[in-house]
Design a protein around this ligand. Structure first.
Ligand SMILES: Cc1cc2nc3c(=O)[nH]c(=O)nc-3n(C[C@H](O)[C@H](O)[C@H](O)COP(=O)(O)OP(=O)(O)OC[C@H]3O[C@@H](n4cnc5c(N)ncnc54)[C@H](O)[C@@H]3O)c2cc1C
Length: 439
């Protein structure tokens, strides 16, 4: 019996799934599939990783959904090319359907899988699902990706039609007559078999935030001390447990600021796809030779939330304890690392990559380069935020600080690691020198 495989990656849901819909409409019985990719998992710094636990739980949930619909869900732990070699010899595969993934490693992996399938008379069909506009869909009149968010966002909004946000009917199509059933179902790997220890962190439910939160979003989003100040849906957007179209529809109806933040998400995804080298290199050549100080002891103090600047420290402690930190605290922490401590943005990017539950290469690199002033879109290199003014503006009652730094205000809390005025002058002088060296 010829079958079609549907390969889940960053889309761990059945409902409103573009590629899954196409697979279920292909006329062939569908076997949904997930591969725990050793190329990625083997590089993680710890075997106790909340993201792996989260993925595992979602994969098991998908397997239950397939079982309830009288289908079978496949899961493997291995290297994608080897897994597909095996699948092609075990089953008569007409095609593999999937949703596009724009990260450099993923695009390379997918072209290798596509070549393998083609050599065996099958094909890889990829669909846009995790963004509204991808790759080169939004370009300026000169045919390049806009270098200013305002221009990108304007073009994005002008291109938007209702159908771009319309849901796909995969949930309704996910029925016995469209699914393949294997008896007995092949075993799926457990976390322990893959060498991981379960580690659960708090993740809100994969459902839309309350309308009231969204309506107030523009007034609350920068106040980290407030409960429900932002949607906290980034983990779900990262792993596709929530459809971005659903959240976009809600934002479009209720709050243009939230819609704008989601457009940033599309933008950073497109920028990384256009400039994959920015995953590890500053986009701006003038800022590739900054004489960063890269002091290891200061980096450790930053990681551990011991800089003596309470907004920065509260953020880093929340990150270390929960895997999350609010956008305003990310801005304070990132700005402080690259400007006040003059530590290479890639050190901070790596630390966030290892610790954030919602870590997403495009968003992380894009935002870090924005903060460092080095990106394709970036804050001016000479902008140095004052951590103290940010504290006064966004956490004036110190509610956020008290929540994460119980010893704040006692002699146990460290003195500032560096004076703000001195650090600002040092940062601007160092960055100016890098600029001038190339001019
Ligand atoms: C240095 C730094 C690193 C970051 N790293 C990541 C990352 O690895 N993964 C990640 O998802 N976000 C990252 N962000 C963006 C942003 O901080 C988070 O998306 C947001 O804090 C998540 O909380 P939320 O879901 O409550 O966001 P909300 O404020 O409720 O926004 C809703 C959604 O919009 C998107 N969004 C919001 N702000 C941004 C932004 N600045 N850039 C891109 N998309 C945005 C996110 O998908 C978010 O879930 C980073 C920001 C900074 C400054």
């Amino acid at each position: 019996m010829k079958i079609v495989l549907f390969w889940h990656r960053r889309d761990l849901r059945v409902h409103d799934n573009a590629g899954l819909t196409a697979a279920l409409q292909s006329g062939f019985p569908v076997l949904p599939l997930f591969i725990y990719d050793r190329e990625i998992l083997d590089q993680l710094p710890s075997r106790r990783d909340a993201r792996v636990t989260f993925i595992y739980q979602q994969v098991e949930r998908l397997a239950q959904a397939a079982k309830q619909a009288s289908g079978t869900f496949l899961a493997y732990y291995g290297r994608p090319l080897e897994v597909f070699e095996q699948l092609l010899s075990d089953y008569d595969v007409a095609a593999v359907y999937t949703n596009e993934d724009y990260e450099p490693y993923a695009t390379e992996r997918d072209s290798q899988v596509a070549r393998l399938l083609q050599a065996r008379g099958a094909e890889l069909r990829s669909f846009k699902d995790q963004v509204i506009f991808a790759k080169s869909e939004i370009l300026s009149k000169s045919g390049t990706i806009p270098k200013v968010f305002g221009a990108y966002s304007k073009a994005w909004l002008a291109a938007l039609r209702d159908e771009h946000l319309a849901p796909y009917p995969s949930g309704e199509l996910f029925r016995a007559e469209n699914l393949a059933r294997l008896e007995p179902a092949p075993p799926r790997p457990t976390l322990e078999q893959m060498g991981f220890t379960p580690f659960e962190q708090f993740v809100p439910a994969a459902e839309l935030p309350a309308d009231e939160l969204v309506r107030n979003y523009h007034t609350t989003r920068n106040l980290p001390g407030l409960e429900n100040s932002s949607t906290r849906r980034s983990v779900h957007l990262r792993f596709g447990t929530l459809s971005v179209r659903e959240l976009m529809r809600q934002a479009r109806a209720l709050n243009s600021k939230l819609l704008g933040e989601l457009i940033w998400r599309d933008y950073f995804m497109a920028l990384l796809w256009h400039y994959p080298f920015t995953a590890t290199e500053s986009y701006d050549p003038r800022l590739r030779r900054v004489s960063y100080r890269n002091n290891e002891a200061e980096f450790r103090a930053w990681c551990e939330g011991r800089t003596g600047y309470p907004l920065v420290d509260a953020g880093m402690r929340e990150l270390n304890q929960t895997g999350y930190l609010p956008n305003r605290a990310r801005i304070a922490a990132a700005g402080f690392l690259v400007k006040h401590l003059l530590i290479d943005w890639r050190w901070g990017d790596r630390y966030f990559a290892d610790t954030l539950l919602d870590y997403d290469m495009a968003q992380n690199v894009g935002n870090w380069q924005w903060m460092a002033g080095t990106g394709a879109v970036a804050a001016p290199w000479f902008r140095v935020y004052s951590p103290q003014s940010q504290q006064e503006q966004y956490d004036p009652s110190f509610a956020y600080v008290w929540q994460w730094i119980p010893e704040y205000g006692t002699c146990e809390y460290p003195k500032p690691i560096v004076d703000h005025k001195f650090a600002r002058e040092r940062a601007t002088a160092t960055l100016r020198a890098a600029y001038r060296a190339v001019e």
